[in-house]
Ligand binder design. Structure first.
Ligand code: ADP
Ligand code: MG
Length: 355
């Protein structure tokens, strides 16, 4: 199926309304959204549009996220990614208001994002299905074209990204942590995000300067009457006896903000950051637009152009199912970034994959 491009327009923030920003984005219903400002007047179409009034639950139910969770449980590679400029609501959509959450102080249930809702759905489903399921999570960030593990303790270490014929692109030595409860996976999510945020203070707004990928691995196998003794859900887990085994993945990608180099400052560290972000977002956009061509006319897809596209190759290419959530601010001050996000999203609309 096509990736389903979904749009979320966040409400004006207090600061934006206080300074009297105009609202230039209007939802027209039926997946259409209209942008009107002094010299711009354009309408874009999406599978679904969520405007300022939409609850977190409405986004989960209306975006197709629940079906994506179910497909991951059936063994497919599923990816949801949130993109848009910094401050457009990517993290809010995926995790809820993160600043107010900690291990001891969880967010109000109504504000939880797509991730926590998906975890709940995953665990409920796994309890109700007859087969054995093993769930594990890995959490990575790509910062300045380096892949780092957000789950391993200590300072973030860089991991090599490799390719093999059987596995495709994979990250060597990435930590994968098993979990069985909602508390456990939410705590992994918060710890990893904290790690991402901790470096933010040292490295200047780092949090929005990296791409973060949380992947849930779902390994399932029909319950066997004689489980092989001494064999846990170890490496690959598939070559065991005659038990059919499937492995699905559910990956949540919080992309770095898409602002242009000139807007983010142009010297030293910041420009290195902005350039690597742009490079990977451009590479992603490029792969997406090539994938959007009819099959017969397709040329080679340059997944190797960035770490991000290598890691997303499986979900973007042949066998994956992708949900894209474009996030925008309704404010007139964000107009040019909003238009670029909308154009980026409408290119993705045409990609077709065959899971
Ligand atoms: P990003 O991750 O894209 O940089 P955030 O998710 O951090 O942006 O959102 C920026 C600010 O806007 C945060 O304070 C967040 O709580 C708020 N916000 C974003 N989306 C919404 C929404 N749908 N409803 C209410 N507040 C929102
Ligand atoms: Mg963010």
């Amino acid at each position: 199926p096509r990736p389903r491009p979904t749009l979320r327009v966040r409400p004006l923030t207090c600061t934006e309304s206080r300074r009297g920003d105009q609202q230039v984005v209007h939802s027209l219903g039926d997946g259409a959204v209209h942008v009107s400002a002094a010299r711009h007047d354009a309408t874009f179409g999406f599978s679904a549009v969520f405007d300022a009034g939409a609850s977190q639950e409405a986004v989960f139910e209306g975006s197709g996220m629940r079906q994506l969770v179910e497909l991951a449980m059936d063994g497919f590679s599923c990816t949801v990614f949130a993109f848009g400029q910094t401050g457009s609501g990517k993290t809010y959509t995926l995790m809820g208001p993160l600043g107010q959450q900690s291990d001891t102080q969880p967010a109000s249930p109504a504000l939880l994002g797509l991730m926590q809702r998906s975890f709940t759905c995953l665990l409920e489903q796994s309890r109700s299905r007859a087969s054995d399921l093993a769930l594990s999570a890995s959490y990575l960030e790509i910062y300045n074209e380096q892949v780092r593990d957000l789950l391993s303790p200590g300072p973030p270490c860089t991991l090599p990204l490799r390719w093999s014929k059987s596995r495709g692109f994979y990250v060597e030595n990435q930590l994968s942590v098993e979990f069985e409860s909602l508390e456990a996976i939410v705590s992994l999510l918060l710890q990893g995000s904290q790690r991402r945020r901790t470096s933010a203070h040292a490295l200047n707004r780092h949090s929005s300067r990296s791409h973060a990928l949380l992947t849930i691995h779902v390994r399932s196998r029909a319950v066997s009457a004689h489980p092989a003794p001494g064999q846990g859900w170890g490496a690959q887990g598939s070559a065991r006896g005659a038990c059919p085994s499937k492995q699905g993945t559910l990956c949540f990608v919080d992309l770095a903000g898409s602002e242009r180099v000139k807007d983010t400052g142009s010297s030293g560290e910041l420009s290195v950051e902005a350039n690597s972000i742009n490079r990977s977002l451009l590479a992603l956009g490029h792969c997406i637009s090539l994938l959007a061509k009819p099959r017969g006319k397709r040329t080679h897809i340059p997944y190797r152009d960035s770490k991000l596209t290598r890691l997303l190759a499986r979900s973007l290419g042949g066998s994956g199912i992708t949900l894209m959530v474009a996030c925008i601010s309704p404010s007139s001050r964000c107009l040019s970034e909003t238009l670029s996000t909308l154009h980026y999203a409408s290119r993705a609309r045409r990609v077709t994959t065959r899971p």
